[in-house]
Write a protein that binds this ligand. Structure first.
Ligand SMILES: Nc1ncnc2c1ncn2[C@@H]1O[C@H](COP(=O)(O)OP(=O)(O)OP(=O)(O)O)[C@@H](O)[C@H]1O
Ligand SMILES: [Mg+2]
Length: 397
């Protein structure tokens, strides 16, 4: 339905030019809810504005419903735009018009005969749950209600595509949920393809089928939501997941943990496939190693478990090495070293450590990446010692 082929958009800037969209090739399928996620300035808004040619592409193709919009004359573009609705973070309602007036205005602009407008307005306000607010003015509405008006207005002319640019960013979490539920109904009941731009992973997690992650004008990763978030390949994606989940200690939190727990610290991933708390329990039973959970979090993404647990390990060095090697064969284990020999988490997010130490979050180029485990020093693995769930129970109290 929407295909970007080597799409580029540049803007003139003081120092040369900004490549807001930099060689993007991507397909958005008919009938899906597609998320575009990225930090501020990543190029998300510019990318979606290429779809309705609010911004003409500098190079490449943007194919909407079989037509390359970069090659269309203005008159044809108007027809394409009529099939695309858009909603915004700041709602962009006309304050001098009532709720019904705002929706009616969109119909008038699209050339609907006056006598047909009234029924259409009533139908739309009913769909978004605002039938009783038709005569109110935007200033009398809550944020969530304003966005519902925005959605009714965007749907007025029966578009096939709805673009939502940070449509929930000004709303509290509960209202966000309501608006996302409405967008899901727009998708499932009206068959509208929805493109959701956001910097919140929760929005993507809740509403989207597939997602593209943008950084520096490029789509650095895309696919279905669980694969992208559970097995993130790009650092930007890993940071999103870490920020949303807070399951891994920030550099500052890790520094505090090291004071309380000077021993070997590891972070163990919890995923749907094989690797899980079960493997952790087994490995702790089979190796002469004690483990104490000191940080962590597990949530569901696309109804499958996702997160991590951070543990302090106690035991002989060789036993700990054996434990890590064993567990690493089924799940991701990140070795964070000890207070004396700290190792950095290259994907740590959040507050930095206060003291200058080799564990700053300098990224993958950091000289202190996790060290390889010495597998020649494997210990006998036969000492059942610890069950993490006993600890979890104690932890909860
Ligand atoms: N009209 C413009 N003129 C010049 N530069 C622009 C223009 N629009 C966007 N840019 C630049 O292009 C880059 C991408 O901007 P864009 O608004 O697409 O990012 P974004 O991902 O939507 O960010 P945000 O989350 O803050 O909305 C930024 O560096 C921005 O400064
Ligand atoms: Mg934007």
């Amino acid at each position: 339905m929407v295909s970007f082929r080597h799409a580029v958009k540049t803007f003139p800037a003081k120092s040369g030019e900004v490549r807001a969209v930099d060689d993007v090739t991507l397909d958005i399928r008919t009938g899906e809810i597609f998320g575009v996620i990225g930090y501020s300035g990543a190029g998300k808004s510019t990318l979606v504005r290429l779809i309705n040619a609010l911004e003409p592409a500098t190079a490449g193709e943007v194919i909407v419903d079989g037509q390359d919009v970069t090659a269309l004359p203005e008159r044809e573009l108007r027809r394409v735009r009529a099939g695309i609705g858009m909603i915004f973070q700041q709602f962009n309602l006309l304050s001098s018009r009532t709720v019904a007036g705002n929706v009616g205005y969109a119909l008038a602009v699209a050339g609907w005969p006056r006598e047909e407008r009234k029924d259409r307005i009533a139908e739309l306000l009913d769909f978004v749950g605002l039938a009783d607010k038709a005569r109110q003015y935007p200033s009398q509405l809550s944020g969530g209600q304003k966005q519902r008006v925005g959605i009714a207005r965007a749907l007025a002319t029966n578009p096939k595509i709805l673009l939502a640019d940070e449509a929930t960013s000004a709303l509290d979490p509960e209202t966000t949920q309501d608006v996302l539920d409405l967008l899901r109904r727009v998708n499932s009941e009206l068959g509208v393809t929805v493109v959701v731009i956001t910097h919140e992973m929760d929005v993507v997690k809740y509403a989207c089928d597939r997602v593209a992650v943008m950084e520096g004008g490029k789509v650095v990763e895309h696919g279905d939501v669980y694969s992208v978030f559970a097995r993130p390949e790009h650092r930007a994606t890993r940071r999103f997941v870490g920020t949303a989940l807070r399951d891994r200690p920030s550099p500052a939190a890790l520094e505090r943990l090291r004071h309380r727990h000077p021993g070997r610290i590891v972070t163990v991933a919890v995923r749907e496939d094989g690797a899980s708390s079960t493997d952790l329990t087994r490995a702790l039973r089979e190796h002469p190693v004690d483990g104490t959970i000191i940080y962590g979090g597990i949530v569901e993404i696309a109804e499958r478990p996702y997160g991590s647990l951070t543990l302090e390990l106690a035991g002989e060095d060789a036993a700990i090495a054996g434990f890590i090697t064993d567990l690493s064969s089924t799940t991701s284990v990140l070795d964070l070293g000890t207070a004396e020999h700290p190792l950095a988490d290259p994907d740590a997010v959040g507050p930095r450590a206060t003291t200058a130490s080799p564990e700053g979050d300098e990224g993958p180029s950091s000289p202190t990446l996790p060290q390889a485990v010495d597998t020649d020093r494997l210990a006998d693995a036969d000492s059942p010692t610890w069950n993490p769930f006993t600890h979890l129970r104690r932890w909860r109290r």
